[in-house]
Every structure is written in structure tokens, then in C-alpha cells.
Design a protein around this ligand. Structure first.
Ligand SMILES: C[S@@+](CC[C@H](N)C(=O)[O-])C[C@H]1O[C@@H](n2cnc3c(N)ncnc32)[C@H](O)[C@@H]1O
Length: 355
């Protein structure tokens, strides 16, 4: 993946009509190579763009015609179209990318958010001017195809969550989660890990109630808000800016691992589930709380694929005879404000590590 800066000024891009690159276009020869190399990539075929001017070429995947979720296509609801190439008079390349990756490429000067973005994942990449730029643009097209296939998900959360937090000054209610308060009540105070701590309402509550808190989240925006509130109250907290898996925390080091509505991505080898379990000390407790799972159709209507995320069932499936399940139930939930307040039930899994 490129992390180099594109040289020179950005090209001018139109702000009306179909989004078009107005200056610094690829030469006709370079554009011809861009088209030829793109359609020589494995597993793609050329088609007519379903959303762009008729001179634009769509890059379709041979073996995947349906989008995984709408943000992975430039033509949601139609044949999956992760990429299209504009004509020789324009030479820009339109792609879908994880929002964080697209923001990085924008900052590095390779492109900009698409004028007609719906999901924050659509980007315009400038046409290549040199051989070296052609390599970069082809690699970005490769990233876009991988994103459409679902292969780039693991690198996705950072940008997505920061973006989500930045939309509002405060996303969640600011109140500690009811299940955490209830379940922590009878536990001996010790070291606690808050996985996906968000804006830190649980962190603050735990620290004020005698816990030694490590708070982890992929979103720096959320962690900044959490740390500001903890500082305001004079609370000492260990902050970790990382995904749960990438953080590679020392095994068996927390008396309580709390994951409240975690948005952990699933992998074939269950990395996130193992990371949750491994973090718990012998004798310690794992507490995972979720909203009741929507149907696959409801999830897709909200722009995500249920199968992409770790649910309680995936965690419970790994609890062998070294664990005792202490709570496995659905409870009523009452939260008046903030994101998620429409949910009226919590699904609760609490397990103690025996050995
Ligand atoms: C639904 S929010 C819940 C926030 C908080 N626990 C609460 O109850 O208010 C999910 C949180 O998980 C974070 N997150 C997403 N992917 C993550 C990952 N791989 N590792 C750690 N945190 C992650 C997000 O940034 C977000 O803050």
C-alpha cells in the first residue's frame, strides 16, 4: 500500500455535473496503459458504468456480482461496481475504499472524496502522469477490489469509527452501561480492560469505583473525548489506541474484560474472540454485552453485513471447560439518549476463567 506523497499540486476537479478531472490528466498513451493494465488484473472484466457517463468503463469482478454491502460499490443496488475509469479527456479513476484509507490517500494527494459520496467510501483518484504513478494508481485499484471482496475489512475500522464520532460532538449517552454497573457490583476490584471504550462513560465509572482501568479503542477521536473527561475528574487511566487484536495485550492480565457493544470484525481464525478470552486472568471475568442480533436483511438495510462482526455466539463457542458461564441471558434495557437508545434489550454473556 502506498504511503508516499503525490508530487506537485492537486489537479483541478469539476464541482458540477459528473465529477471530472480538469487538469493534469494522463497523457493518451499513459491512459491507454492504465486501461490495459486495469483490465489485465486477475478476476476482472470490463463493462459499461451503471452510474457514470457512457464513456466510462466499469471494472466488474468476474466472480462477485452482488455487493457485500452498499458502501463497497459505486452503484449500490446494481451489479457490483467497485471501480470505474473515466474517458481519455478526464482520466480520473473512481473507487471505493475503507473511509480511513481513502482519507489517508486524500491527505497524500492521490485523490479526494467523491463529490457524490453516500457512504464516505467513494473516492476520485487522479489519473497517473508517470510510470511510478501508474503503479500507485493500479495498486489503489487493487485495494478497491479487495475492499469490495471483503479482504480489506481488518484495516477499515479506524477511519470508519473516527468519522462516525466526528459527525457529532457526543455520540453516546454519557452514562455508564447498566449491565456493566450491575455485573461489576459484586466483583472484587482489580485490573479491568474496557474493549472499545468509546467516549469513556464506563471508563470513568470504573475508575471512580476503584478499578485500575485500561481503556482501548481504535478511534482516537473517541479516546480524546474519554481522556478529557477522565482528566477533568482527576482519574488515572491507561489508554490504548489500537484495535483489540493489533494491541497484542499481555495474556491473562485483567480481572475483568468488559466489551460493551463491541464492533469487532470476524476473521476465519477468530482472532478477536481469542484476544478477548486471552486477556482474562485466571479467576477473572469476561463480560460481553450486545444488542440482540438483527436479521441479515435489517443489518444490510443499516449498511453492514452481520457476518462481518463478532457476536456473542462466536465468543460463547470458544468457552471450553476452562470457563464457567455465569450469565447468558437477555435483559430489558433503558437508555434515554444517545446513539443506540432505541434498543430495548441487552444480550449478556458473563463467564469466569477457571484455568
Ligand atoms: C458501539 S461502540 C461502543 C462504545 C462503548 N463501549 C459504549 O458502550 O458506549 C463500539 C466501539 O468499538 C470501537 N471499535 C471498533 N473496532 C474496534 C476494534 N477492532 N478494537 C477496539 N475497538 C474497536 C469503536 O471505535 C467504538 O468506540
Amino acid at each position: 500500500m502506498t504511503s508516499s506523497q503525490r508530487e506537485g499540486e492537486r489537479p483541478l476537479v469539476s464541482t458540477e455535473g459528473p465529477q471530472t478531472q480538469l487538469t493534469q490528466q494522463s497523457s493518451p498513451e499513459m491512459w491507454g496503459r492504465l486501461v490495459a493494465c486495469t483490465f489485465a488484473l486477475d478476476g476482472v472484466r470490463e463493462g459499461h458504468s451503471q452510474v457514470s457517463p457512457s464513456s466510462s468503463r466499469a471494472v466488474f469482478l468476474v466472480d462477485l456480482a452482488e455487493e457485500r454491502s452498499p458502501e463497497t460499490s459505486l452503484a449500490p443496488g446494481k451489479r457490483l461496481e467497485p471501480v470505474h475509469l473515466h474517458a481519455v479527456s478526464d482520466t480520473s479513476v473512481h473507487v471505493v475504499l475503507p473511509a480511513g484509507r481513502g482519507a489517508d490517500l486524500t491527505a497524500l494527494g492521490w485523490g479526494e472524496p467523491h463529490q457524490y459520496e453516500d457512504f464516505g467510501t467513494e473516492f476520485l483518484i487522479y489519473g497517473p502522469r508517470t510510470d511510478a504513478e501508474l503503479d500507485v494508481v493500479l495498486a489503489i485499484i487493487g485495494e478497491s477490489l479487495a475492499f469490495a471482496r471483503g479482504d480489506l475489512l481488518v484495516s477499515d475500522p479506524l477511519g470508519v469509527w473516527d468519522r462516525r464520532y466526528l459527525q457529532l460532538d457526543q455520540l453516546w449517552s454519557g452514562q455508564p452501561n447498566g449491565v456493566l454497573v450491575a455485573e461489576a457490583h459484586g466483583l472484587a476490584r482489580g485490573r479491568v480492560l474496557d474493549v472499545g471504550c468509546g467516549e469513556g462513560a464506563d471508563v470513568v465509572w470504573l475508575a471512580e469505583n476503584g478499578w485500575d482501568v485500561t481503556a482501548l479503542d481504535v478511534s482516537l477521536v473517541a479516546l480524546d473525548r474519554a481522556a478529557a473527561e477522565a482528566d477533568r475528574r482527576g482519574l488515572a487511566v491507561t489508554w490504548v489506541h489500537a484495535g483489540l487484536v493489533e494491541a497484542a495485550l499481555p495474556a491473562g492480565s485483567f480481572d475483568l474484560v468488559s466489551a460493551q457493544y463491541p464492533a469487532l470484525l470476524r476473521t476465519d481464525d477468530a482472532l478477536a474472540e481469542h484476544a478477548l478470552l486471552d486477556a482474562v486472568a485466571i479467576g477473572g471475568v469476561l463480560l460481553v454485552v450486545h444488542h440482540p442480533a438483527p436479521t441479515a436483511e435489517e443489518a444490510l438495510a443499516h449498511g453492514f453485513n452481520l457476518d462481518d462482526y463478532v457476536g456473542l455466539a462466536q465468543v460463547a463457542a470458544l468457552l471450553d471447560d476452562r470457563w464457567e458461564i455465569e450469565v447468558d441471558e437477555t435483559r430489558p434495557r433503558h437508555v434515554a439518549t444517545g446513539g443506540g437508545s432505541h434498543h430495548t434489550q441487552d444480550v449478556v454473556l458473563r463467564a469466569r476463567r477457571l484455568g
